[in-house]
Design a protein around this ligand. Structure first.
Ligand SMILES: [Zn+2]
Length: 159
């Protein structure tokens, strides 16, 4: 994760509190963050649909796993994908994209829930189950974003 200097626009790593170029301490306004929340929602939407399709269609339909097993595996996959989407979002974006990841996760999963349930693409989740997943998903997305920001702060080794 990084921040852009308000004075000169230099992108600085989070590990420094002063701009490397001009010594400024003010970060540029974060007007692009809402866009990241919306853009990120697409990632979470894809994660949700992928998990439901893999669980319902691939595991349950093609591999003929018992419905319960396929269902649990699709939830596990959803958790992994949501975490991964949080990491990707944080790494792609400037600035601290933590809250944005949580918001994006809710928007994306809601959209995914609506699409899967209205199109009958896969069995999908019940409303209560989805609500639980959505709340857990916020936590995972935020955790993923923290991980992504942390990874971004690592000094690059020889790249
Ligand atoms: Zn500067």
């Amino acid at each position: 994760m990084s921040w852009a200097c308000y004075s000169c626009g230099t992108v600085n790593p989070n590990s420094v509190s002063e701009c490397k170029k001009c010594g400024g301490v003010t970060a540029a306004p974060s007007k692009f963050y809402p866009a990241w929340a919306l853009g990120g929602a697409v990632l979470f939407l894809l994660a949700y649909i992928a998990a439901m399709v893999v669980g319902g269609v691939v595991l349950g339909g093609i591999l003929k796993l018992p419905a319960g097993t396929a269902h649990v595996l699709s939830l596990v996959l959803l958790a992994i994908l949501v975490l991964a989407a949080g990491v990707v979002l944080a790494r792609l974006s400037w600035g601290k994209t933590i809250i944005e990841a949580g918001i994006a996760s809710v928007i994306g999963q809601l959209a995914g829930f609506a699409i899967v349930n209205f199109t009958g693409l896969a069995a999908g989740l019940g409303v209560i189950e989805f609500a639980v997943c959505a709340v857990v998903g916020i936590g995972l997305a935020v955790l993923g974003a923290f991980l992504g920001e942390w990874l971004q702060d690592r000094p690059s080794t020889g790249s």
